[in-house]
Write a protein that binds this ligand. Structure first.
Ligand code: NZQ
Ligand code: ZN
Length: 388
């Protein structure tokens, strides 16, 4: 097990009706808030009115910035920074999914910085100070509600970049699984794919003696898969929605990766796909992961065999670990397919036009991934494997 330090400052408020606490939680930090949200969903399904009421009950002055798009854009971040500076706002309440939260985190990083907030996404520079961010989560997926990261797209350059900083973890996260009842089937699935991917990035490690966290991640996978089938059948099943929401948070707040060196190569490859084609992050991940696995499994066949047996209950063939490893990869791919996630670039109508460009951009700062370090040619091979 590797040495580690872990601290998560996010207060988690979980359960039915918890969005009504938004005002009280916000009031602990401020009398003036920037309410940040996405497109239509929060107004359409009544959450907007509830949050406004909760804030007004606490006499909090509200400024608003909606319009965050999936794969959130830098332009709106600049607008948010401008509003916070002009109105002297020192707290951001993000109501939505990973895109809204990541946009809020970017605004929070930029307000007290004289330079361009994009610097943090493309260099080692760190924000001198963050405004505190609170969250009301509406989709279990990105894990941004407690994570230390933010991912922003600079549209004109087709760049999608992550900024990781321990100081950007939200101060509170409100999670009511009932709010996820309104998710369309495909959004539910994209979220589940992302959650699964956050486990996979941590599971495939070269760190030794990580049995406990192996088991935690495997448990998360098993529960996630089981509850995926339940919500597909019964979208209003509170218990299943609650399990998925809790797994989504815990699998990406850092704790399941402690003591292990995490991979993240597949996420880097996916970001190149969604930067150019603007597909959902979860859709990109269910395409990239099976291809990545096929490309790297020989690096540690036993770990892949363990994954197959413990997560998917694959048959144990003593002395035939490679057969088991391959069975695990095909079971994961079949799971994606069966629930309705794309498993190839063809499934989302992406041709081979920009594969070279993606591989080049992906490795512009050096190899990606830690389980196996991938150079440009490796990323290109994985993208080619993902074609069909
Ligand atoms: O915009 P609205 O109308 O609100 O609709 C949203 C959006 O279209 C809809 N939605 C959200 N909650 C809903 C709902 N529709 C009905 N009912 C609800 N309750 O869902 C759509 C997708 O929302 P989005 O926020 O984009 O989804 P997600 O949470 O998957 O976030 C994706 C972004 O997070 C980044 C991804 O790269 C991507 O940009 N990630 C962030 C991470 C982090 N900060 O730690 C880590 C992840 O690996 C990921 O990279
Ligand atoms: Zn992700």
């Amino acid at each position: 097990m590797e040495n580690f330090v872990f601290q998560s400052p996010t207060r988690i408020i979980f359960g039915k009706g918890s969005e009504e606490e938004a005002g009280k939680e916000t009031k602990k930090f401020t009398n003036k808030v920037l309410l940040h949200y996405g497109g239509q969903s929060i107004k359409k399904f009544g959450l907007y009115d509830k949050v406004i009421k909760s804030l007004k009950n606490e006499n909090i002055e509200i400024f608003e910035l909606g319009g965050v798009k999936p794969n959130p854009r830098l332009d709106l971040v600049y607008e948010g920074i401008k509003i916070c500076r002009q109105k002297n706002i020192n707290f951001i309440l993000a109501v939505g999914g990973g895109s809204v939260i990541d946009s809020a985190k970017a605004i929070a990083a930029g307000v007290k910085y004289d330079g361009d907030v994009w610097d943090f996404y493309i260099s080692d520079k760190k924000a001198p100070q963050f405004l505190p961010v609170g969250v009301v989560l509406t989709i279990p997926a990105a894990g941004s509600e407690t994570s230390n990261g933010s991912v922003i797209t600079k549209e004109d350059e087709k760049l999608k970049k992550a900024y990781v900083d321990e100081n950007m973890r939200p101060v509170f996260a409100i999670l009511n699984p009932e709010l996820t009842f309104t998710l369309p089937k495909e959004q539910t699935l994209y979220g589940i794919s992302d959650i699964l991917a956050h486990g996979l990035e941590r599971y495939f490690t070269n760190s030794k003696n990580v049995d406990f966290s192996d088991r935690l991640i495997e448990g998360a996978f098993k529960s996630l898969i089981k509850n995926t089938y339940i919500v597909l059948e019964k979208p209003l099943d509170y218990a299943a929605r609650a399990e998925i929401m809790w797994i989504g948070l815990l699998i990406h707040n850092g704790i399941l990766g402690m003591g292990r060196i995490e991979d993240w190569g597949s996420h880097m490859i996916e970001h190149e796909i969604s930067a150019i084609y603007d597909i959902a992050h979860g859709a990109g991940l269910s395409i990239v992961f099976p291809a990545w696995m096929k490309y790297v499994y020989k690096h540690d066949i036993n770990r892949f065999a363990q994954f197959a047996v413990r997560v998917f209950g694959a048959e144990t063939y003593f002395g035939e670990e490679e057969r088991m490893a391959l069975e695990g990869i095909s079971k994961l791919r079949n799971f994606y397919k069966e629930v309705g996630l794309p498993v190839s670039l063809k499934d989302v109508n992406i041709p081979d036009t920009y594969l070279e460009e993606m591989a080049k951009k992906c490795t512009a700062d050096g190899p990606v991934g830690k389980f196996v370090e991938l150079e440009e040619k490796d990323v290109l091979s994985i993208l080619k494997l993902a074609l069909k």
